[in-house]
Design a protein around this ligand. Structure first.
Ligand SMILES: Cc1ncc(C[n+]2csc(CCOP(=O)(O)OP(=O)(O)O)c2C)c(N)n1
Ligand SMILES: [Mg+2]
Length: 440
């Protein structure tokens, strides 16, 4: 583990790669890397503008797995700052909001998970174990920055001010759900909070994020995009398209990979052969950092710096946050069939991002206490249960709305289907729970 904020600079000298360099030249990043044209001019070897060096030794490049990309840390497991120069010097108000949001996220997850188990909502995904990755990164951004998320980033939305009733209304698909029940639970979105609605097919958000960052560069300088994705989603072809478009178009996009060790039941070591997701950054010519994703302050520093680089130099940055998915993949999964209780215990008890941050605010900053913590847990539960009860009582949207909001104007074929649905449901109303819905 390393605790200096260093971004891996794309290494453009092929000879050095052949000498066994991991492909990343680590540097305390200050300015944009040397442009390809300059490199080619300096040594006189170029291939259509790209640096190009000839050698006479037959040697294949072997990925050096013993020399992996380091993991940036600020806090140790007791919540102490390891190197004082890395202290982001956040106010008490900010660190307390960070902690309270993590706690609220945990409590909301617990209650919503149980609600699904009781058959009150159809589906849920918990965020346990990844609280630092969500809150640390969200706190480092500006509200005007645009968020493209995967589905396990509820903490980012919570930090931005998405209210409990909004979370619950979406999960219950009631009349207050902006998508009128057309999305699965946890597929949140908020225009007001610059959080683009989540899509189920993996990596959908990635090329969209690259394109949006390019558009913002042209129309809204000073605003960047953050794109969250899992290490599993990084295996999708769309991830490649996104990285390459963002890099070649110099788009201010922060690619934030939550490497939580699993893509449903597939562990990370079966998902790729190289040095994780960070090692790919160099191949696309992106500045890259690997960070301890369970260390809130390390994630904060890395994202803050990435934002600065993305905007000042107009280029994408890749962050790989090493964390752990403590919960099942979703309520449709049972992770006890593919991982051990011991593994889970380590990540819940020994390397828990919330406990670590609690130690930081309690022991290091003295701005929090065990009594306040107990009271906070009770307050959070009360608030979640109130929002949950209210959301459950609200009516569901009219079934007719299943046809709306895709096209600006309802096309003829959908109008016809809507009419048929009304006639059918009207004729067989005894088979449908119409009392729970707004009128047809
Ligand atoms: C294109 C596509 N393929 C497969 C799936 C099914 N699926 C949903 S989540 C998931 C795993 C994703 O893992 P990761 O990106 O690491 O995210 P995590 O769940 O760990 O947060 C898969 C395979 C999907 N939703 N979309
Ligand atoms: Mg994953």
């Amino acid at each position: 583990m390393r605790h200096f904020i260093k971004f891996g600079k794309p290494y453009l000298h092929t000879r050095s790669l052949l000498r066994g360099n991991s492909g990343l030249q680590t540097c305390t990043h200050v300015a944009k890397s040397t442009g390809v044209q300059d490199v080619s001019k300096s040594d006189g070897n170029s291939f259509i503008g790209m640096p190009h060096n000839y050698v006479t030794k037959l040697e294949f490049l072997e990925p050096k797995m013993e020399n992996t990309i380091p993991v940036y840390q600020v806090l140790d497991s007791d919540g102490k700052i390891i190197d004082e120069t890395q202290d982001p010097k956040l106010s008490d108000e900010i660190v307390l909001k960070m902690y309270k949001d993590m706690k609220m996220l945990n409590i909301m997850d617990g209650i919503m998970y149980s609600a699904q188990r009781q058959g009150r909502i159809s589906f849920y995904m918990t965020n346990y174990g990844e609280e630092a990755a969500h809150i640390g990164s969200a706190a480092a951004l500006e509200m005007k920055d645009l968020v493209f998320a995967q589905y396990r980033e509820a903490g980012v939305l919570m930090w931005r001010g998405f209210r409990l009733d909004q979370f619950m209304d979406q999960c219950y698909a009631n009349i207050n759900d902006p998508a009128s029940g057309k999305q699965m639970p946890v597929h949140y979105g908020s225009k007001d909070l610059n959080f683009v609605t989540i899509s189920s097919p993996l990596a959908t958000q990635m090329p969209q994020a690259a394109g949006a960052a390019y558009a913002l560069k042209r129309t809204n300088p000073g605003t960047c995009v953050i794109c969250y994705f899992g290490e599993g989603a990084a295996s999708e072809g769309d991830a490649h398209a996104a990285f390459n478009f963002a890099a070649t178009l110099d788009a201010p996009c922060i690619f934030f990979c939550r490497n939580n060790g699993y893509a449903i039941s597939t562990p990370a070591h079966e998902q790729y052969r190289g040095d994780g997701i960070a090692s790919r950054g160099s191949g696309y010519g992106m500045l890259t950092i690997r960070v301890d994703g369970n260390d809130t302050l390390a994630v904060y520093n890395a994202t803050r710096k990435a934002r600065q680089i993305a905007l000042e130099e107009s280029r994408p940055v890749l962050i790989e946050a090493m964390t752990y998915r403590v919960g099942d993949h979703s309520t449709s999964d049972d992770s006890s069939t593919y991982r051990t209780a011991g593994e889970l215990e380590y990540w819940t008890k020994t390397n828990n991002p919330v406990t670590r941050f609690e130690r930081y605010i309690t022991n290091e900053r003295n701005c929090w206490s065990a009594e306040e913590d107990e009271k906070l847990s009770k307050d959070c539960s009360k608030q979640v249960i109130e929002a949950f009860t209210a959301a459950e009582k609200r009516l569901k949207p009219s079934p007719s709305l299943v046809f709306t909001d895709v096209y600006d104007e309802l096309p003829v074929n959908l109008k016809k289907q809507q009419k048929q649905m009304r006639e059918h449901v009207g004729a067989h109303s005894q088979h449908y729970p119409l009392k729970r819905h707004e009128p047809l």
